[in-house]
Design a protein around this ligand. Structure first.
Ligand SMILES: CC(C)(COP(=O)(O)OP(=O)(O)OC[C@H]1O[C@@H](n2cnc3c(N)ncnc32)[C@H](O)[C@@H]1OP(=O)(O)O)[C@@H](O)C(=O)NCCC(=O)NCCS
Length: 150
């Protein structure tokens, strides 16, 4: 279950309407989400916090174009852009911005007064998008890796 967002209803604009329930465009190269498959998606949909109103999907004539999955954190004043992705063939056309704004609007409609998200520090496109929308850095996490030998 998800919410179809007609193109004309996207905030800020250029999305092109429709969707296929339960589908999510590939988050190619994303460190945590690129391995998601339908089983992963179905499992997330069974989480107690799942709300179909918070999973926005947009399609165009060629199929699913992008999605924005949002999540309200208890008690409900903080809302997260949980997973957002635009099909690689449709990136750079304004759809990511429109989907982010629509996701935030959806969170606000459901009671959130603060929007938040996590983003990889190497994800230049996403960082620029969120910066341009006025998001401020709240926390910086570092992950370290090193070779180990027996
Ligand atoms: C991040 C993502 C959703 C942006 O979607 P998009 O439709 O390409 O973005 P838009 O066309 O709306 O661009 C919005 C802003 O993002 C930034 N941006 C987009 N692509 C960029 C790129 N390749 N390099 C640098 N900045 C970029 C720009 O600031 C742009 O604003 P501008 O056009 O006024 O300069 C998309 O790149 C994506 O799906 N990435 C893979 C999944 C992912 O990383 N999701 C975010 C996880 S937190």
């Amino acid at each position: 279950m998800a919410t179809r967002v007609p193109r004309e209803d996207l905030r800020g604009g250029t999305g092109r309407g429709g969707l296929a329930p339960g589908e999510q465009p590939g988050v190619r190269g994303h460190p945590e989400q690129s391995g998601w498959d339908l089983t992963t998606l179905r499992r997330r949909e069974r989480e107690p916090w799942f709300d179909p109103a918070g999973l926005l999907l947009v399609e165009d004539d060629d199929g699913l174009a992008g999605s924005c999955w949002t999540k309200l954190h208890p008690p409900g004043d903080v809302g997260e852009i949980y997973v957002i992705a635009v099909d690689p063939d449709r990136q750079g056309l304004g759809l990511g911005r429109a989907l982010t704004l629509s996701g935030l609007a959806s969170l606000a409609e459901r009671g959130a007064t603060t929007g938040m998200l996590f983003v990889d520090g190497a994800n230049t496109a996403a960082l620029r998008l969120y910066d341009s929308l006025g998001f401020a850095l709240a926390r910086l996490d570092r992950a370290y890796v090193g070779e180990v030998r027996p």
